[in-house]
Design a binder for this molecule. Structure first.
Ligand SMILES: Cc1cc2nc3c(=O)[nH]c(=O)nc-3n(C[C@H](O)[C@H](O)[C@H](O)COP(=O)(O)OP(=O)(O)OC[C@H]3O[C@@H](n4cnc5c(N)ncnc54)[C@H](O)[C@@H]3O)c2cc1C
Length: 495
């Protein structure tokens, strides 16, 4: 153990992703001495923005880029990112679904404007998403809960119709009956593109619920991009932690439990199987097996580009969206995801792409700008995704290839090199299914406890699910305060 780690702490957090930092901030604000140990040289985990040396002054979001979850999250609402100088820039269109043979389908923030572009499906889209966006706080209350306590929204009569509609639509869209109630290819493709965020079989329940949640948020606060990149979010957390006496040591990789200094509580912002290995000699074998059983889900392979012009979308309206989902029709996306499930790289994979300078001019330097993209691929796949992603963008934006000044691809099998938690490119830290959204990482009544005295899991391998929302860290911190320190109330995160 390094000498810099120093004295005994109240709390050690291993990993400085959004969940690790959310837990650390909460515990430091409760008056505890908190030390964060981070393997990489910079803080932030899945919310880091780095100069990759591809072009002077251009900074890339190496993992997350677009933040509907951070905007809607109860943790970040209490923490108040804007009051800390984090500017969340919200494009007028949340996401777009370019199509080969017709204009793109676009989810504008405005429900009416979106419905107007969806032909025969306009009435359904208008009815469903007006209701869900109006009640998005209730939906978030349920979706981002710890899945063990009763969310207050479930006790609110005003919220029940929207929650029932959310459940019914998620159910329908997650089963072979997904042709109902949307009838047009445009609307079906638009909703499928957002469901595909969960990287799973289409149709199935985890993608459909994810898609309905993100689609509802698209028409509520929107899908913002922080000025300067995702790092702004985790820098704000790190600054608050330090202001409350917390310390962060970077470049400190925890390889065994012995690398963790003495502390009354340890929170692991790590995959469940990594945490199980750290504690292999301290926890019973059935729990060790159970933690490992979460396994790993399907993967993402990342590409970062530097380009000398905005993406030349065939349908220029796509430029107004912060995110584009590339994959074509619902059937084409379902086929591509089926290939991934079968362990094969699709010829035309589902690709997510964002051109952040479209909403944040500060990202453009000397006429150059970053483009963020990733493709869905099989777990641990070794293929460099750059050509596949370039071809998929070129399909809907002819001429994109000619704007590329530099490109860098990271195969799924190498995603762990910049964040050890991304084993095999599994960006969800474990399989995502309806069952695994509840039983993350196990079905235990307290899924945050790791079974060794004082050890807790606080990463997105715990409820509620992946995303930059800080809620896993907040839920874990609440338990640590109660169970280890006997503190019943969460501290204020404001100011
Ligand atoms: C390519 C990609 C795109 C994404 N896009 C989005 C998006 O646009 N919006 C969104 O909301 N979410 C997105 N996500 C998901 C989001 O980034 C994660 O869900 C979120 O970061 C999870 O936070 P976390 O704190 O649980 O884990 P992480 O953010 O992964 O943090 C874990 C931290 O632990 C550190 N660590 C790992 N092992 C050790 C060790 N042994 N010792 C010390 N430190 C260690 C890592 O270096 C890392 O800093 C994306 C993820 C990826 C990979």
């Amino acid at each position: 153990m390094s000498a810099v780690v120093g004295r005994e702490q109240d709390v050690v957090v291993v990993g400085s992703g959004p969940n690790g930092l959310a837990a650390a901030v909460t515990l430091a604000r409760a008056g505890l001495q908190v030390l964060v140990l981070e393997a990489e040289q910079t803080v932030g985990g899945g919310a880091r923005t780095l100069d990759l040396g591809m072009a002077a002054g251009i900074r890339h979001d190496i993992c997350s880029a677009v933040h509907p979850m951070a905007l809607a999250s109860p943790f970040f609402t209490a923490f108040d990112l804007e009051a800390r100088g984090v500017e969340l820039l919200t494009p007028e269109a949340s996401y777009a679904q370019p199509l080969d043979a017709e204009p793109a389908a676009i989810a504008w923030r405005d429900v009416e404007r979106t419905a107007d572009g969806l032909g025969a499906d306009a009435p359904v889209w208008r009815r469903v998403f007006s209701m869900l966006s109006a009640q998005h706080e209730a939906i978030i209350d349920v979706a981002l809960s710890d899945k063990r306590s009763v969310p207050s929204a479930l006790l609110s009569p005003a919220a029940l119709p929207a929650l029932a509609a959310f459940g019914a639509m998620s159910g329908l869209q997650g089963t072979p009956a997904w042709g109902v109630p949307l009838r047009t290819e445009r609307a079906r493709a638009l909703l499928t593109g957002v469901a595909a965020h969960a990287i799973g079989a289409l149709p199935s329940l985890a993608p459909s619920a994810t898609g309905m949640l993100l689609a509802a948020l698209a028409h509520a606060g929107g899908w913002p991009i922080p000025r300067g990149g995702s790092q702004a979010i985790t820098d704000a957390l790190a600054a608050d932690l330090r202001a409350h006496g917390g310390r962060i040591i970077t470049g400190y990789r925890v390889r065994s439990a012995a690398d963790v200094p003495p502390a009354r509580a340890v929170l692991a912002d790590l995959p469940a199987d990594t945490a199980a290995e750290l504690l292999a000699e301290r926890i019973p074998s059935p729990l060790h097996r159970s933690l490992r059983s979460l396994g790993h889900g399907h993967a993402a392979a990342k590409a970062d580009f530097v380009v000398n012009a905005p993406i030349p979308w065939r349908d220029a309206e796509v430029r107004r969206a912060g995110t584009a989902h590339l994959g074509g029709t619902r059937r084409q996306m379902a086929d591509a995801e089926a290939q991934v499930m079968a362990g094969r790289i699709p010829e035309a994979p589902v690709v997510l792409v964002s051109d952040p300078a479209g909403v944040d001019p500060s990202r453009e330097v000397d006429g150059l700008r970053p483009v963020w993209a990733y493709a869905h691929v099989p777990f641990n796949d070794p293929t460099d995704p750059t050509d596949l992603i370039t071809a998929q963008i070129e399909r809907f934006a002819p001429g994109f290839r000619d704007t590329i000044v530099a490109a860098r691809g990271i195969p799924a099998a190498r995603m762990h090199e910049h964040n050890a938690s991304l084993v095999g490119g599994d960006i969800a830290l474990g399989a995502l299914s309806a069952w695994r959204m509840m039983a993350r990482p196990t079905a235990a009544w307290d899924p945050f406890r790791l079974g060794a005295s004082g050890w807790y899991l606080c990463s997105s391998a715990t409820p509620p699910a992946p995303g930059v929302h800080g809620m896993s860290g907040w839920h874990a911190a609440r338990r640590v305060l109660q169970q280890v320190f006997g503190v019943r109330h969460l501290p204020s995160l404001a100011g």
